[in-house]
Design a protein around this ligand. Structure first.
Ligand code: SF4
Length: 324
């Protein structure tokens, strides 16, 4: 059984102007111990996908369709109370800007211990001991559990956030831009730590980022999102070495190739993502796509498997003549 199955997920936000279709038909799955990278520009639906899985959507957000199964349990049928228990024990999330998420007047270790008491039924002593063990696991000396957040550096706070996310041995951990606001060296250490923990604990992981370049080392597969949908999904090799969707190609061209002998200037992607209250008909990338042709603005492309595990949503797939 798959760890996670997301089928045709649709999550909309109600606004005074209408529904924002933030996630509009997203399908993917994840095995135990596997890491999926979700990548795309800001506002493409990455975080909303994560918040839909954990049912932590902000006010106005609603799952309007589709299914989310975690180890076969249909999350749509769970009550808010049941979801609260599952949230720590089955799935936990490391938020964007989590470094500021600790309560500044409570000891860091206690904030982790509280989760163990609430969700694992531990005694105070057991929970403190567990907090120390989790600190060691993420590379912080256990004796620092009694310190306050202001006594920690940015990188240490992020490690402590990871320790907190691991408190109840979740089967799935979601890192939503977990290295944002950290310097490059610390970023690399945190990604390495997540990678080690995933392997050691056989956890599934979803890593959300707008920076495609950090996913190559960490993930097994990557889903490239655009305007609330997955444009392309495949292995790291598929996405980096055999990209098929014009958006994936354009996204890759935004990064300099440090291995190439040729001097190339990174390209931008002209235009802006569409308004998700009233998205364009057909392919949502059409107004910005260099390869667009007639059908693109009329018909929504199918999410087609072009080789094993490599899915692309583009009318060019299967066409003999490549328009781009
Ligand atoms: Fe471009 Fe058409 Fe493919 Fe969309 S469907 S990415 S517009 S070629």
């Amino acid at each position: 059984m798959k760890l996670l199955e997301v089928n045709d997920l649709k999550t909309y936000f109600k606004t005074s102007k209408g529904y924002v279709r933030a996630v509009d038909g997203v399908t993917f799955s994840l095995d135990h111990g596997e890491c999926l990278g979700l990548v795309g520009e800001s506002g493409c639906g990455k975080t909303t996908t994560a918040l839909s899985i954990t049912r932590l959507l902000p006010k106005g957000g609603e799952v309007k369709g589709g299914q989310i199964f975690l180890e076969g349990v249909d999350y749509a049928t769970l009550t808010d109370k049941e979801i609260e228990d599952h949230r720590w024990e089955d799935v936990s999330i490391i938020f964007q800007g989590a470094m500021n998420a600790f309560n500044p007047v409570k000891k860091v270790g206690w904030q982790i211990a509280e989760a163990c008491i609430r969700h694992k039924g531990m005694t105070k002593d057991e929970a403190w001991k567990r907090a120390g063990e989790l600190f060691e696991l993420v590379g912080i000396p256990a004796e620092r559990v009694t310190q306050y957040p202001h006594e920690f550096s940015g990188g240490m706070k992020q490690r402590a956030m990871i320790a907190m996310a691991l408190a109840c041995d979740p089967k799935l951990i979601i890192g939503d831009e977990p290295t944002t606001a950290l310097d490059v060296m610390i970023q690399a250490q945190i990604l390495e730590l997540l990678e080690d923990l995933r392997k050691k604990l056989n956890m599934g992981m979803i890593l959300i980022t707008h920076d495609l370049s950090i996913l190559g080392e960490t993930c097994d597969k990557i889903a490239v999102m655009y305007a609330g949908r997955i444009a392309e999904m495949g292995t790291v090799d598929d996405i980096f070495n055999h990209p098929a969707h014009p958006y994936t190609k354009a996204l890759l061209a935004c990064f300099p190739n440090i291995y190439s002998n040729e001097r190339t200037v990174p390209e931008g992607i002209p235009g802006i993502p569409p308004d998700l209250i009233d998205p364009p008909e057909g392919c949502r990338f059409c107004p910005r796509c260099k390869c667009a042709f007639e059908a693109c603005s009329k018909e929504t492309p199918e999410f087609k498997e072009i080789s094993e595990g490599h899915f692309v949503s583009c009318h060019l797939m299967g066409k003999e003549e490549n328009h781009g």
